[in-house]
Design a protein around this ligand. Structure first.
Ligand SMILES: C[S@@+](CC[C@H](N)C(=O)[O-])C[C@H]1O[C@@H](n2cnc3c(N)ncnc32)[C@H](O)[C@@H]1O
Length: 395
């Protein structure tokens, strides 16, 4: 592949915003591409992919690079990918054999997988021998997975429609609404997206709403709804009959969910901002089903958000664990007797997952509940994101 000075500079600007200003990688890339409308499709995908991959391998790149000069860092990354560098003076300090020698001398698995030291320690402590294959799987580039909006189309019809435009997809057993892109591309520009025929949602994430066993006509609360990914899926599974009350502490996220609901043809969506415990108390024993898709470390979705590992810390994980337990202690009061709840995270750490559920079940508030089943979805086994899904019943 031919390198262009201006696109390499585009990646540099994006990396500065991510590492020096602490901005989120996906937002930075979106903005960088938007502010350079003249770049062609190839340049755009080069910038997006290179930025993500350099963020993912940042610790390793810095270790192998002869200096922290940006051209050295980029050149090191380029060599690591197995590419030859052009004969530019910017790259004259780089020697592939030196980089290869330095790489082969590494013995620290955390450095080889390019994760922070504290995370290597935490992951090994929590997951034991499953940690290294897991972090390896989480360093792979994620596939693009669509969730077919069954309120508007079928998987077969959408598959054919996309194929007509050269977007080939395949299906995987066990994920009834998923279509996986054979080749990574921007599907948000496709008319079928604008018509609300699909959403982009990882296959593991699609297991969450399905685990809640909703039925048409039910009253369902999605208590940490965010921008509504799972609320939309729930509404589709309920055939747009009943009610989905989508709650969150962030009003702007619910505004986004509202727009998405409109595009998806969902009419049973009701946003509700959580203003405090009063909001929860008012909904006491009102729901047939309750989804707690709680805030988490996001360690299961590192393939998609590699910058997460540089933003997290032990303290931030402890803080989010407190929120998870607080939510577990208070929100299940919204569930009717005999109703079911799903506690889900996009984390692979037992301390955010089964240990949180255990703590809840052993507490006073958890006495009325029983665990029906739980699923620990690891990226190394599923090939998709890491998730945890526990189904509980209120006795
Ligand atoms: C994992 S995200 C939810 C993703 C969303 N369900 C989806 O499918 O797109 C967790 C959400 O919990 C929200 N949140 C954080 N603290 C909360 C709290 N105390 N109560 C309810 N929601 C909270 C965050 O704003 C965030 O949107």
């Amino acid at each position: 592949m031919k390198l262009h000075n201006n696109t390499i500079r585009g990646v540099h600007t994006a990396l500065q915003a991510i590492f020096e200003e602490g901005q989120y990688a996906d937002k930075v890339i979106e903005r960088t591409l938007k502010s350079n409308p003249k770049w062609g499709a190839k340049d755009r995908s080069f910038i997006a992919e290179t930025t993500y991959e350099m963020v993912r391998w940042w610790r390793l790149i810095k270790h192998l690079s002869p200096s922290s000069n940006y051209w050295d860092l980029f050149g090191t990354y380029w060599i690591m990918q197995g590419n030859a560098l052009p004969d530019w003076e910017e790259f004259e300090r780089l020697h592939p054999e030196k980089i290869k020698g330095k790489y082969e001398a590494i013995t620290d698995p955390g450095l080889l997988e390019s994760i922070p030291e504290w995370l290597q320690k935490l992951g090994s402590k929590e997951l034991g021998e499953k940690w290294e294959p897991e972090i390896h799987a989480l360093n792979e580039e994620a596939e693009v997975v669509l969730r077919v909006n069954t309120l508007k189309t079928t998987r077969e019809r959408l598959k054919n429609r996309l194929a007509e435009d050269g977007i080939n997809t395949y299906i995987v057993k066990g994920y009834p609404d998923a279509l996986i892109l054979e080749e990574r591309q921007n599907v948000f520009r496709h008319p079928a997206f604008k018509e609300g025929l699909f959403e982009v949602q990882d296959a593991s994430s699609q297991l969450v709403a399905a685990a809640l066993a909703v039925e048409p006509g039910m009253r369902v609360i999605d208590a940490c709804a965010g921008a509504g990914g799972k609320s939309l899926h729930l509404a589709a599974l309920m055939e747009n009959k009943g009610k989905v009350i989508s709650m969150d502490v962030e009003e702007w996220k619910l505004q986004q969910a509202k727009l998405r609901a409109r595009r998806n043809g969902v009419s049973i969506f009701e946003p509700k901002v959580i203003e405090g415990t009063k909001t929860i108390k008012r909904l006491k024993e009102s729901a047939d089903r309750l989804l707690l898709d709680v805030p988490c470390s996001g360690l299961g979705v590192l393939r998609r958000n590699p910058d997460t590992k540089w933003k997290l810390s032990l303290e931030s994980i402890e803080k989010v664990q407190q929120t998870q337990q607080e939510i577990l202690q208070t929100y299940p009061s919204m569930l009717k007797k005999g109703g079911q709840l799903v506690y889900a995270t996009c984390s692979i750490l037992p301390s955010e997952n089964e240990l949180q559920v255990k703590k809840f079940l052993e507490s006073e508030a958890g006495k009325e509940f029983e665990l029906i089943e739980d699923k620990k979805v690891l990226a190394q086994e599923s090939g998709f994101d890491g998730f945890y899904i526990a189904v509980l019943r209120k006795k």
